[in-house]
Design a protein around this ligand. Structure first.
Ligand code: COS
Length: 383
């Protein structure tokens, strides 16, 4: 077993850490208040190459693998939750679907500008009546000979309205369930593609979440992603990868909340001594650290499995489940350690508490993760 980090990955960590310290943390409260990650910050992230870290060099990516990508996401998430969520909507799932299923021609046309960050991507699977039940997608893509005619609506799409390209899942063979869905690359500029207004959210307010509407959109035949009627597989395989990097985001936020709590426990004086000398607070910090360490270990092990080409569906569901629940427990304890200050918007913990909640819902609710995990256990008859 080798748990050491390569020199390249260490350099990437330093780069992401510096970016989080200098660009993200100082702006985090403002981003939450204004409801937007600024273009300036995104442009800087693009310039450094953060939008394509996980993709291979031949497609103008950073070739850092899933392990490198998780390192980057963890460090960025220590600075703020919003920027890695915007990057993740693009890199973890939007562009990832093209990386996993795209033809050489599609990779030439779309992957390269996406990996360079010149083209922002989003993943459009969810619909008003198709959330956890991803197979219930109603968006239709009718074969019209030289193109597909797309009609339908997607909802809660991260990076909606700011993306140049959407990876869209639509029905090509009605009545065939998961075997009748196909994936498409749909440019935002195609006539008939429109988006709704940004949703007002409890947390991660700096990321755009909108509906996307498709009205008689002519999607060229060459924009079918992967094999016709096999789009459900593309969605599932993409989400497998996305859930690992989401765990890295949870890890970064959880570490930040723990560090803020340690600092507060050392500084806050009550009964004539720092509250960190009270057993109740010591235990909370110990419990937080234990969960964070377990999360760190499973995230990087699963990212490594992904890079080795091993099967990791179950592990990525376990990661996503544990990561989001750990983050919520850790930020909840962090509020408790901070006392009244943890409840005030003036301090970062209040924002982190709100931001954390979505992680138990998006990229597959935790109930779905439990279904995926237990389904595999019962099928295999063992862990
Ligand atoms: N990798 C490869 N294949 C997979 C897979 C995966 N991770 N998950 C499912 N499949 C395959 C199954 O093996 C099955 O293949 P066969 O029909 O050849 O046996 C097929 O896909 C259908 O799978 P299943 O029968 O499990 O489909 P269900 O409709 O029961 O749904 C869940 C499966 C619930 C797991 C799926 O709908 C899901 O993940 N929902 C959550 C969606 C989500 O995460 N949304 C978030 C919004 S997008 S950010």
């Amino acid at each position: 077993m080798n748990f050491s980090i390569s020199e390249e990955h260490e350099m990437l960590r330093e780069l992401a850490k510096k970016f989080a310290d200098e660009e993200l943390r100082p702006r985090a409260a403002m981003v939450d208040e204004e409801g937007e990650v600024s273009r300036e910050v995104l442009d800087k992230a693009i310039e450094i190459g953060f939008m394509g870290v996980v993709f291979p060099e031949e497609h103008d990516g950073g070739d850092m693998g899933e392990v490198g990508y998780c390192i980057m996401m963890e460090e960025l998430a220590r600075g703020c939750m919003n920027t890695p969520i915007v990057i993740g909507g693009h890199e973890s799932i939007g562009a990832m679907a093209v990386h996993l299923a795209g033809s050489p021609a599609q990779k030439d046309k779309y992957m390269k500008p996406m990996a360079r960050g010149e083209m922002l991507a989003a993943f459009a699977l969810t619909e008003p009546q198709a959330g956890s039940d991803a197979a219930a997608v109603a968006t239709m893509a009718e074969d019209k000979g030289d193109h597909y005619l797309m009609n339908g609506q997607k909802t809660f799409i991260t990076n909606g309205g700011i993306s140049d390209v959407y990876t869209v899942f639509a029905i090509t063979t009605p009545g065939a369930g998961t075997k009748g869905m196909s994936a498409f690359i749909v440019e935002a500029s195609f006539p008939g593609v429109t988006c709704g207004k940004p949703e007002k959210k409890m947390g991660i307010r700096g990321s755009h979440t909108t509906d996307i509407f498709f009205e008689d959109v002519k999607v060229p035949k060459e924009n079918l992603l992967g094999t016709k009627d096999r789009g459900f597989l593309v969605a599932m395989q993409t989400l497998d990868v996305g859930r690992v990097s989401l765990s890295a985001v949870c890890l970064g936020q959880a570490k930040e909340a723990l560090n803020l709590s340690i600092q507060h426990a050392k500084e806050r004086m009550q009964f004539g001594k720092p509250i960190g000398e009270q057993q109740a607070v010591k235990w909370m910090l110990a419990n937080m650290a234990t969960k964070v360490y377990a999360l760190e270990s499973m995230t990087y092990r699963t990212a490594w499995m992904c890079d080795q080409g091993m099967s990791f569906s179950r592990e990525s569901a376990i990661c996503k489940l544990f990561a989001s629940e750990t983050l919520c427990q850790v930020v909840d304890d962090a509020v408790q350690v901070h006392g009244g200050m943890g409840y005030m918007s003036e301090y970062p913990i209040e924002r982190m508490y709100r931001d954390a909640r979505i992680t138990r819902i998006f990229e597959g609710t935790n109930e779905i993760q439990r279904l995926v995990i237990s389904g595999g256990l019962l099928r295999d008859g063992k862990f």
